[in-house]
Write a protein that binds this ligand. Structure first.
Ligand SMILES: *[C@@H]1O[C@H](CO)[C@@H](O)[C@H](O)[C@H]1NC(C)=O
Ligand SMILES: *[C@@H]1O[C@H](CO)[C@@H](O)[C@H](O)[C@H]1NC(C)=O
Ligand SMILES: *[C@@H]1O[C@H](CO)[C@@H](O)[C@H](O)[C@H]1NC(C)=O
Ligand SMILES: *[C@@H]1O[C@H](CO)[C@@H](O)[C@H](O)[C@H]1NC(C)=O
Ligand SMILES: *[C@@H]1O[C@H](CO)[C@@H](O)[C@H](O)[C@H]1NC(C)=O
Ligand SMILES: *[C@@H]1O[C@H](CO)[C@@H](O)[C@H](O)[C@H]1NC(C)=O
Ligand SMILES: *[C@@H]1O[C@H](CO)[C@@H](O)[C@H](O)[C@H]1NC(C)=O
Length: 280
């Protein structure tokens, strides 16, 4: 491609041409149409190797013109995932160009140098794309902090944020807390509660902030307070002690545009107090 670009530029000097303008940005693996005043070069699916200078040669009765079009192929961030592996939290995002930035914060906040990852961005040698594979060690006890990972595009225009909190509770709970981080302030989001048991998982309820509609599959057992959810408090309530949280992992998920917050709550059963001991 470098060779081809050099030849095109050489030819460009031999004919009248207009100054190269701002580069045309194409999206990786999508159609790309170069602006050409008369004869389009056609469209094609972009590859990273397609970046470079293109000549657009037009021949009409009025004469010959040459346009040089600089094309850059970008691969935007498409998703950011976060998970706990052992005592580390890992933030993952794949196939990005140009090189993105990744940063970590916690709630409550900590000194940023305790969250440093020396090599968070990997270059994919076969495709020239970058991947984020950043991990930080968990601080203190598992439920002490919310871990927030942000991946930002090179031009700073796209920022994706995803966060994770793990907590452990014992049985007999009337309330499973789930608070979105302070930075989570979208108007348009969904809240979803799921329970993951040993061999299956089940959606408990979903809430839509725009319509304020709740789809509750556990009607008489659990609920959320819509006014609280709109403030970022998605805590799940159980109506009575008989129906209090069963054992399993409860997953609370706030999702918005480029923004996601996950809370995993492991509930283990505590020995039930015997009825005879309750003093009736
Ligand atoms: C890409 O190449 C570099 C240098 O050869 C190497 O260190 C790195 O591990 C390679 N990356 C991948 C994803 O294979
Ligand atoms: C590198 O890119 C190729 C082609 O897009 C892809 O199949 C592969 O999974 C990528 N490797 C890594 C480590 O991301
Ligand atoms: C972690 O939790 C255990 C018991 O749950 C407690 O004994 C210990 O002090 C806690 N450690 C920290 C660093 O908070
Ligand atoms: C990415 O990080 C580098 C080094 O920390 C910084 O110099 C640069 O300004 C950052 N770019 C964006 C778009 O945030
Ligand atoms: C889950 O697995 C246990 C044993 O592993 C079994 O007794 C139980 O019926 C299973 N539950 C469901 C819903 O499949
Ligand atoms: C969250 O909402 C619940 C009611 O759904 C309430 O009891 C609890 O105090 C709230 N927590 C905070 C931190 O506001
Ligand atoms: C809310 O966000 C969803 C997904 O990002 C989008 O499809 C929908 O159009 C948005 N609704 C409003 C009212 O902005």
């Amino acid at each position: 491609m470098a060779w081809a670009a050099a030849v095109i530029l050489f030819w460009a000097w031999t004919l009248p041409f207009t100054e190269p303008t701002d580069p045309v940005i194409c999206t990786f693996s999508q159609d790309c149409v170069l602006p050409c005043s008369f004869t389009p070069t056609g469209d094609e699916n972009c590859n990273m190797q397609d970046s470079g200078a293109y000549q657009c040669y037009t021949s009409t009765k009025q004469g010959n013109t040459n346009n040089i079009v600089n094309m850059e192929v970008h691969a935007p961030i498409q998703s950011v995932n976060i998970k706990k592996i052992g005592n580390e939290v890992k933030c993952l995002s794949q196939d990005i160009y140009p090189r993105p930035n990744v940063s970590w914060t916690t709630e409550p906040s900590t000194q940023s140098d305790t969250l440093k990852d020396k090599n968070p961005i990997r270059e994919n040698n076969s495709s020239e794309l970058y991947s984020v594979e950043s991990k930080v060690r968990m601080l203190g006890n598992v439920s002490d902090y919310t871990y927030i990972c942000s991946v930002t595009s090179a031009d700073g225009k796209q920022k994706w944020t995803t966060s994770l909190r793990h907590q452990e509770l014992h049985g007999g709970n009337m309330l499973i807390p789930c608070l979105a981080p302070g930075a989570f302030k979208p108007h348009n989001f969904t809240l979803k509660w799921t329970i993951a048991r040993e061999n299956n998982s089940e959606v408990i309820l979903t809430f839509d902030s725009v319509t304020r509609q709740i789809l509750n599959h556990w009607k008489d057992q659990a609920r959320v307070d819509p006014d609280q959810v709109l403030k970022g408090n998605g805590s799940l309530w159980f109506h009575n002690l008989e129906n209090s949280a069963e054992a399993g992992t409860y997953i609370c998920e706030f999702s918005a545009f480029r923004n996601q917050h996950l809370v995993y709550t492991d509930i283990t059963l505590a020995p039930q107090p015997h009825r005879d001991n309750q003093g009736f």
